[in-house]
Design a protein around this ligand. Structure first.
Ligand SMILES: [Zn+2]
Length: 275
């Protein structure tokens, strides 16, 4: 029996895929208060634990893969998305569509092999127009955290999928009932996604949070990976507010387990409650 976590949103089936787990260095955190700084110095604290997620969405005859994990780029604890896809009884050639929430290596790396070949031979690759335009530039000297390496990887992905790459607008349907949720800041075109089916909704909040054990209770904490920290903060607050106020089942690109839950108000922040 598969240990994959899944959710039905009306007639749409969503399966969470865990590409892997890692502990992020505390040096990537921004806006941390004194108390948190102290807790972070304690041995074996779990505050910066993170996981890398991708999703399969089954709707009518379509199988949509959202993000593709990091392949071997982040070490031995990650890169398992293909095993996860197999557990769901899906073959790479069955995937009809891909949507990248943004073009960071932990979201696009698993879509090509080490030789730069496309792993999903029949998939149309949907990328938000602003995101593709941003990474298609040539000058990344001033972007933090190896911007040039990321741009090179992205160019390899775009090349591998060639004519099957499709740019979409932020309000454009990806497959039936699945729409991007624009949450700019982390990257210019960064988006989560939303499913509305049979009066039920689900929102995946993308990378508005990387360290759930910290950023849910204190949404003011940002990470160095956000290209525009101020805008990223606004998007994080907007996403948390929306799923909390509307009682929408949510998930995220780096949420821990369980993969599906609600956000409840908790003090000046939020608490994640499993469904
Ligand atoms: Zn990410």
């Amino acid at each position: 029996m598969s240990d994959l976590q899944e959710l039905m949103v009306g007639s749409t089936r969503v399966v969470a895929l865990k590409d892997g787990e890692l502990t992020l260095p505390k040096e990537i955190l921004l806006n941390i208060d004194e108390e948190t700084t102290k807790k972070l110095s304690e041995e074996n604290n779990q505050l910066t634990n993170s996981q890398i997620n991708a999703y399969l969405i089954f709707k009518n005859e379509k199988i949509l893969l959202v993000d593709s994990g990091c392949r071997d780029l982040f070490g031995p604890t990650c890169g398992f998305v293909h095993e996860e896809i197999a557990k769901a009884n899906v073959k790479p050639e069955d995937i009809t569509d891909i949507f990248f929430t943004h073009l960071h290596p932990d979201h696009v790396g698993g879509s090509i092999n080490k030789d730069g070949k496309a792993i999903f031979p029949n998939a149309t690759v949907n990328i938000i127009e602003d995101e593709l335009n941003f990474w298609s530039k040539d000058d990344f000297e001033d972007i933090e955290v190896n911007g040039k390496n990321m741009a090179d990887l992205n160019k390899s992905v775009i090349k591998a999928y060639g004519e099957r790459v499709k740019t979409i607008k932020t309000n454009q349907e990806i497959i039936s009932g699945v729409f991007p949720v624009p949450l700019p800041g982390h990257t210019p075109g960064h988006s989560g996604f939303r499913i509305d089916d049979d009066n039920i909704s689900f929102v995946q909040m993308g990378d508005v949070l990387h360290t759930p054990n910290l950023q849910l209770s204190d949404p003011n904490i940002s990470v160095l990976f956000d290209i525009d920290v101020e805008q990223g903060l606004k998007s994080r607050k907007k996403a948390f507010d929306m799923v909390c106020n509307d009682r929408i089942i949510c998930s995220g690109g780096h949420i821990l387990e369980p993969k599906f839950g609600y956000l409840d108000k908790f003090g000046s922040g939020y608490k994640y409650v499993a469904i």
